[in-house]
Design a protein around this ligand. Structure first.
Ligand code: ATP
Ligand code: MG
Length: 419
């Protein structure tokens, strides 16, 4: 099994001081699968103070010393080193009441959530696998360590973690664990929005997102009731939604927009607020959901107007979303969106004016005509729309004449106003 030098250094030091030490959890799982490893976590028989002693001279961060975790910076990489522990009584379905340090790695592995996450490896001592993780990895199965229902009652977040790993790894959830996931999903109501949202985003980014959402939609709608009309009442629409979510580009905003594409923008906004999504994400997703069944531009001028309205990036996202939604509904004629994409490219390549910033006249020019300051914005916008619609070139002379005419007619024509 591959293990990078900076992690090996950490294991060697702990071994050298007489302690056991292994890489553990997600790093072992991913390394065995041959996929990129996020962080190398280490588990050790050394107590936190002992670990700190061993790494004197290193940069050490006391991240979670109460839970037995010390972060050591090794060759520029943060490595979390956690003392073998088992978790005490669970008071609130989430936080272990008290952490008990133990001297046997077996107990530490048995407290972990899923068998594929419960393996440890060191070059010196080899693979430690006490719950059949290697076999489940080969069979591509997520299985709770021990009785699934018991493990989910200890910590409800594990219900959503099972779903997340199924999507991320493209694994299936073993049948007893799956039954517990579905039966215990109400436990998610006790879990904080931040943690749920973080798991949801990882689920949406997974390679197996379509299949996983299809099968575990009701888990998601337990904490996003806005989706219940799909997950529990309209299997066909939910299936389309799952397919669209797996088809759009893998960015958080687009995946969320696909998930919420048929619930309407108000419901999406409410759900995202409850999940405590950051403002930018919430705004963009809501914008896209609001446009999920709007009319698309049918000409180059209309395309310019839309770029002006939502920005080029969001228009590109919208096209991606609309293509994914059509494909999911069985419609593979992308003529409309392809034509718009071509217009967007031309508009960008030609540097067409799509904002007041690049208009050949500005506020000062308009004021110099002696208009009231409160009319400046309206007049500039009228000129901008005339340019975007190709009724006028983007040249100062022509634009000033146009604006003078509008002023002399007192009020801009209705038809020249932005729609
Ligand atoms: P990722 O690639 O997302 O980092 P990971 O498996 O490393 O995946 P983490 O959340 O970083 O997941 O947790 C590290 C390890 O700690 C897990 O592999 C698992 O062994 C254990 N673990 C984490 N959260 C829980 C939990 N809620 N219950 C039991 N064990 C857990
Ligand atoms: Mg991790």
């Amino acid at each position: 099994m591959y293990i990078p030098d900076y992690a090996k250094t950490v294991l060697d030091r702990l071994n050298g001081a007489g302690y056991e030490a292994y890489a553990v959890g997600g790093s072992v799982r991913d390394s065995l699968l041959g996929v990129p490893v996020n962080d190398w976590d280490v588990t050790t028989s050394a107590l936190p103070e002992e670990t700190e002693q061993v790494f004197r001279g290193f940069r050490v961060i006391e991240t979670g010393i109460r839970h037995g975790t010390v972060t050591v910076v090794s060759e520029g990489h943060n490595i979390e080193i956690t003392t073998y522990r088992c978790d005490g009584a669970y008071a609130d379905n989430r936080h272990p009441e008290n952490v008990v340090f133990v001297r046997d790695i077996k107990e530490d592995l048995l407290r972990r959530d899923f068998t594929v996450n419960a393996m440890a490896y060191s070059p010196r001592d080899g693979l430690r696998d006490v719950s059949g993780g290697m076999k489940d990895l080969e069979d591509r199965v997520i299985r709770a360590v021990g009785d699934a229902h018991t493990r989910f009652s200890e910590d409800g977040l594990r219900v959503m973690r099972a779903v997340r790993f199924a999507s991320q790894l493209c694994f299936t959830i073993e049948s007893a664990t799956r039954d517990a996931v579905l039966a215990d999903r109400y436990l998610l109501k006790n879990i904080s929005s931040e943690r749920l949202f973080s798991e949801l985003k990882k689920t949406l980014a997974g390679r197996g997102v379509t299949e996983t959402l299809k099968e575990y939609g009701t888990v998601i709608s337990t904490f996003i009731p806005e989706l219940v009309p799909l997950t529990e009442k309209d299997a066909a629409l939910w299936e389309q939604t799952c397919r669209a979510a797996g088809t759009v580009k893998n960015d958080t905003v687009l995946r969320l927009a696909a998930l919420f594409s048929s619930v309407g923008k108000d419901a999406a906004a409410e759900a995202l607020a409850r999940l405590k999504a950051d403002r930018k994400t919430a705004e963009t997703v809501t914008l896209l959901v609001g446009l999920a069944d709007a009319e698309l531009p049918r000409s180059k001028p209309q395309t310019r107007r839309m770029i002006h309205g939502v920005g080029e990036e969001n228009l590109g996202r919208l096209l991606d979303l609309r293509r994914a939604m059509s494909a999911a509904a069985g419609d593979t004629d992308f003529g409309d969106t392809e034509r718009i994409s071509a217009w967007i490219s031309e508009i960008a390549a030609d540097g067409d004016c799509v904002s007041l910033k690049s208009l050949a006249v500005g506020g000062k020019d308009v004021l110099s005509l002696g208009v009231r300051p409160e009319d400046v914005g309206t007049l500039l916008n009228a000129a901008l729309y005339a340019v975007m619609d190709e009724r006028l070139p983007n040249r100062k002379n022509e634009l000033m004449t146009y604006i003078k005419n509008l002023v002399s007619e007192e009020m801009p024509h209705e038809k020249d106003n932005p729609a």
